[in-house]
Design a protein around this ligand. Structure first.
Ligand SMILES: [Zn+2]
Ligand SMILES: [Zn+2]
Length: 368
């Protein structure tokens, strides 16, 4: 066991506590990654609020990038010194979902409370989302990581771990957009802006962004939205039809967890359209829809976890897009904070005006 610093959730809805915790060395198939950056995602905030339950104490954080500092047995071909991004997609590689090309819905359970983390006095500590990345180091399965160029800035790379793959993947993998199709993206936040980029990359004809403020719609345009609609309108879908030349969209991507967004989403669709559910409402929340319409005009509802990505295939592709200037990443970062400032960074994220806040670790002269 090694002692590291982490931001620990001891009680839901209270500030995280910076404390020393213990981390086990990497076991079979695992690697230890010393982190340079971890972004704050709304999922971390939702967990810390208690809305999804879960074991406490816990270490959240799951959008991370760093450098491998130790390698367990049979950890693929990774080696100490490799730059990597760390994701929460802990896939076994051999269950029916993994074998069928859907590792984001791996069926093999993994007990995060029995994972590598312990409190300073040896008590249980949840490695939330199989990452526990609000910490100086993580120990994760080699299937959760992807090698990145050493030259790529880690704060930028960390965004690839969740928000970017979820948004771009929802457009490309889940909605399976074809060039020329019309898309509505509800929510222009961390995931929504990436869904907009994904729709642009997929060759969408028109991309309508829907959000609560003109400011967010303006940012959406910078990421590729061709039109903006205020969600505060009485019937915002009517403004969307107008933007789309009088028709409903081929796909609506719901990137926020708000139930009104879920209730309204099918209204934006045209014949044969599909609503892709990406944003995560609180456990127990219910949405309603009118089955007769879905049946009569061939519409569909699809759930998408983590953009249905295969990280080993999709993250290298997205790095190329970034290097070619076709995927915006730098522009997604709205602030950089230290681990000690994590509660301020979370508060700033909760205001809704931030894009992504990133915790950066000052490793000083630490080698590798
Ligand atoms: Zn996330
Ligand atoms: Zn699996």
């Amino acid at each position: 066991m090694q002692t590291i610093k982490a931001a620990v959730c001891r009680e839901f809805n209270t500030p995280l506590v910076i404390e020393e915790v213990q981390i086990a060395p990497p076991g079979m198939g695992e690697v230890e990654v010393t982190l340079d950056a971890v972004a704050i995602c709304h999922s971390d905030i939702t967990y810390a609020s208690g809305a999804w339950g879960g074991f406490l104490p816990a270490v959240y954080g799951h959008e991370a990038a760093g450098v491998i500092s130790a390698v367990g047995e049979a950890a693929s071909d990774f080696k100490v010194g490799d730059s990597v991004v760390v994701t929460l997609i802990r896939a076994c590689g051999s269950c029916p979902s993994c074998a069928g090309g859907k590792p984001t819905i791996c069926e093999t359970p993994y007990d995060t409370v029995k994972g590598p983390l312990r409190t300073a006095d040896g008590g249980p500590l949840d490695q939330a989302m199989a990452c526990g990345a609000f910490a100086e180091k993580v120990v994760v399965n080699h299937r959760q990581i992807v090698r990145i160029p050493d030259t790529m800035a880690k704060d930028v790379a960390s965004l690839l771990s969740c928000g970017v793959i979820t948004g771009v993947g929802a457009a490309v993998n889940a909605a399976q957009l074809r060039p020329g199709q019309d898309v509505v993206v509800i929510g222009a936040g961390g995931v929504g802006l990436n869904a907009i980029q994904g729709a642009r990359i997929a060759g969408a004809r028109r991309i309508v962004a829907v959000d609560m403020t003109e400011e967010k719609l303006e940012i959406a345009r910078e990421f590729g939205a061709t039109h903006g609609v205020l969600a505060t309108l009485d019937a915002p879908w009517k403004a969307s039809y107008k933007a789309l030349g009088g028709r409903g969209a081929d796909a609506v991507l719901i990137t926020v967890g708000a139930i009104p967004a879920y209730d309204q989403a099918p209204r934006y669709l045209g014949r044969g359209g599909r609503a892709v559910m990406i944003g995560m409402p609180h456990s127990g929340a219910q949405a309603s829809y009118e089955p007769v319409i879905l049946a009569a005009i061939g519409q569909g509802l699809i759930g998408s976890k983590m953009g249905d990505v295969v990280i080993q295939r999709d993250i290298p592709w997205m790095i190329d897009l970034y290097e070619q200037g076709r995927l915006k990443l730098d522009e997604l970062i709205s602030g950089r904070w230290s681990l000690e400032q994590i509660n301020e960074a979370i508060a700033d994220t909760k205001t809704g005006s931030a894009k992504r806040n990133v915790i950066v670790f000052d490793r000083g002269a630490v080698a590798g």
